[in-house]
Design a protein around this ligand. Structure first.
Ligand code: NAX
Length: 331
């Protein structure tokens, strides 16, 4: 089989370190698809990146056809089939959320322009670097020749966290819990929603709300735990989630590439088409099903007044981020 060209940005960073192993092991694109890895980072990180390249060689993986470390976006994105945009400026002490947004949307503008010029028009772009949703939106704006459906933001880590928390609560293995949804922004305003989730317990499938049978736990403890999980990991590890983030990035891309399982949906940040009354032209996490590399937003889920208020809060935050990003990029 011909190799596919896969870009990983922020390739010298901690998420990439776990993600690259998964790519080399065939966990994302499969055991029979060779990969040309295109590793992009900034000039000061080239020394570290060369160490990562040595380790990739030493994996002795037959799937890695070619590995290119570079600080030039035009080389990294040339003929790209898939791109994991992980690289971003981390939040430094004393930095406001606004400063972080300013630094990072500029990076995603440059990368959008490079994707537009050099990548295949079918490229699948997954944005991990924060603020992921708004970065994905800006990246897409600066790549007008590529369909906007090809740009997505990662909320799969939040979904995996939510699924795992419910499995622990219900005393089942994690894959017995299905169809948990993350709505909105990958931030503390996201709404992790178990209302449509199911659990298989003792051979019987039932709705998660019925199995948990504790509305206040589901509406408060569960929601807040997932919203704050990233911060809890940082507090404990003194570094942000990396292994789990890389696994989630692999899960997201694998499902996009090969499709979702029957009767199951996954959450992805995608450009809103107005579904569920969400404003258009923000990258909002919705439940989606995927077939032939095309996702469809799941329609018709019941949204009660509690869920409605949560969806509106996270949509408003994304509209504010978009306004700030546009302001910065027009300066
Ligand atoms: P690291 O700081 O370990 O690595 C980031 C890497 O990006 C560094 O090697 C840096 O040199 C590189 N970089 C900076 N500017 C770049 C540019 N213009 N082009 C290419 N590379 C560039 O961070 P890491 O822990 O790997 O996290 C990466 C990003 O993921 C951060 O923005 C982080 O906030 C975000 N996350 C997103 C998550 C999500 O669910 N969407 C969860 C995990 C993570 O917090």
């Amino acid at each position: 089989m011909a190799p596919i060209n896969v870009v990983v940005t922020g390739a010298a960073g901690q998420i990439a370190y776990s993600l690259l192993y998964q790519l080399a092991a065939g966990n994302v694109f499969g055991q029979d698809v060779p990969i040309n890895l295109r590793l992009l980072d900034i000039a000061p990180a080239m020394g570290i990146l060369n160490g990562v390249v040595m380790e990739l060689e030493d994996l002795a993986s037959p799937l890695l056809s070619d590995v290119l470390p570079t600080d030039q976006p035009e080389l990294a994105f040339k003929d790209a089939d898939a791109a994991f945009l992980v690289g971003a400026m981390p939040r430094k002490q004393g930095m406001e959320r606004k400063d972080l947004l300013a630094a990072n949307v500029k990076i995603f503008k440059v990368q959008g322009e490079a994707l537009d010029k050099f990548a295949k028009k079918t490229v699948k772009v997954l944005v991990v670097g924060n603020p992921a949703n708004t970065n994905a939106l800006m990246c897409s704006h600066y790549a007008p020749s590529i369909p906007k459906e090809n740009f997505t933001a990662m909320t799969r880590l939040d979904q995996n966290r939510a699924q795992a928390a419910l499995a622990i609560k219900l005393g089942v293995v994690v894959d017995k819990v299905k169809n948990v949804t993350i709505w909105g922004n990958h931030s503390s305003t996201q709404y992790p929603d178990a209302a449509h989730a199911t659990v298989e317990k003792n051979g019987k499938v039932q709705p998660v709300p019925e199995a948990v049978n504790d509305e206040s736990w589901l509406n408060q403890t569960f929601v807040e735990t997932i919203q704050k999980r990233g911060a809890a990991v940082i507090a404990a590890r003194t570094m942000s989630s990396a292994m789990s983030a890389a696994k989630a990035a692999g899960d997201h891309m694998r499902d996009w590439w090969y499709g979702t399982q029957p009767n199951q949906f996954v959450s992805m940040g995608v450009v809103s088409d107005g579904s569920y009354g969400i404003p258009k032209d923000i990258v909002f996490s919705f439940p989606v099903t995927i077939k032939d590399k095309q996702y469809k937003i799941v329609q018709g889920l019941n949204i009660n007044s509690f869920a409605r208020s949560k969806l509106d809060i996270t949509a408003k935050e994304l509209e504010e981020e978009r306004a700030e990003a546009n302001h910065i990029l027009q300066q």
